[in-house]
Design a binder for this molecule. Structure first.
Ligand code: SF4
Length: 339
């Protein structure tokens, strides 16, 4: 019975973690991907001719978002973006600047990185994320023809050599069944995975999943619960889309630590942002950080002034931060007016 498995997982979670949760932000640096053929992915619907330089996000925008993360208590899930968007040297510089804001090493999710790149990124990176997506090999080969699991396994081997942590992503609803869980268990054990992101399929227009149903909350929860039972200390993140906030209580009860995937900069203080906080509390978890209020005591200018960056980039970050805050403050006002 799924409910019994979830009850068991809940007990294990309570023994191993405080009753709290938080939001984790994945920072995306580009809308370009050299592969563009994973069959569930929005990128696969994008024109082949897309220019990698034009599809990049500006560094100032990335840095401004990191300041928001830091001050509003959104923890950093990982840094990600389509493969091939930056040259290694450019990306190294961006990581260095990001690290100046986070003051802590970051998770990196940029495909199966080779040893040369890993060595370059080491000062700024605490761990590597493998976008495994589905553990069922047959489905994986069909869904992600250009990113074989073996390449990620090689990356994990190298990560281990340099003392880096290892994490993986799984998308529930790509055609796997719960019978595949045993393969996931083996994979986590084999590679000593310390963190796992369980997303639910978000059917994208123009892909083969366009008319597919997203996974039910019970099914997504079962994957989380089984993982929690077998790996009491593993860090589990559950992906929540804005139309699935009602999944939160069961996914947290199943043993997830944190919540991600929600497009927070756009929907800050919206109805669904309030729901995330409320549902987390209903699940008995204190919600760390805020998705709905901008603390008044933050001197945003001072935050930018204190950055150890060139004057020119600082001014760009200041401008971008203002834009983000303006939108977020408008959202707060709209919410207040609706009450
Ligand atoms: S590699 Fe990542 S960004 Fe590129 S198509 Fe696959 S899932 Fe999408």
């Amino acid at each position: 019975m799924v409910s019994e498995i979830i009850e068991k997982a809940d007990k294990i979670y309570r023994k191993n973690f405080p009753m709290e949760t938080w939001f984790e932000r994945a920072i995306f640096f580009s809308w370009y991907c050299a592969i563009r053929n994973c069959k569930f992915c929005y990128m696969s619907t994008q024109p082949r001719k897309k220019d990698p330089v034009k599809a990049r996000r500006k560094e100032s925008s990335l840095l401004a978002e990191l300041i928001l993360c830091k001050k509003l208590g959104w923890r950093l899930g990982f840094i990600s973006g389509g493969l091939g968007a930056f040259e290694t040297i450019e990306f190294e510089k961006i990581l260095k600047d990001m690290h100046k804001i986070t003051n802590e090493k970051m998770w990196l999710n940029i495909g199966a990185v080779d040893e040369e790149k890993i060595k370059k990124f080491l000062p700024y990176v605490k761990g590597l994320v493998g976008s495994i997506e589905t553990i069922n090999k047959k489905i994986h080969n069909f869904i992600c023809p250009s990113k074989p699991i073996e390449k990620y396994e090689m990356m994990f081997e190298i990560a281990g050599k340099y003392g880096l942590k290892k994490a993986m992503t799984i998308i529930i609803g790509l055609g796997e069944t719960i019978k595949d869980y045993s393969k996931l268990k083996e994979f986590i054990e084999k590679h000593n995975i310390e963190k796992i992101h369980f997303y639910g399929l978000n059917p994208q227009k123009g892909t083969i999943f366009e008319n597919a149903d997203p996974p039910s909350v019970e099914y997504q929860a079962e994957w989380i619960a089984r993982t929690r039972i077998d790996f009491p200390k593993i860090d589990i993140q559950c992906g929540i889309w804005k139309d699935r906030t009602d999944y939160i209580p069961l996914l947290l009860k199943a043993g997830a630590n944190s919540i991600s995937k929600y497009p927070i900069t756009r929907y800050f203080a919206s109805k669904s942002a309030h729901e995330i906080e409320d549902y987390s509390k209903k699940a008995g978890r204190a919600f760390k950080g805020t998705l709905t209020k901008i603390p008044e005591n933050i001197n945003w200018d001072k935050e930018v002034n204190n950055l150890d960056l060139d004057k020119e980039i600082k001014e760009k970050v200041r401008k971008k931060l203002k834009q983000y805050l303006k939108k977020m403050k408008n959202n707060v006002k709209e919410w207040e007016n609706k009450k």
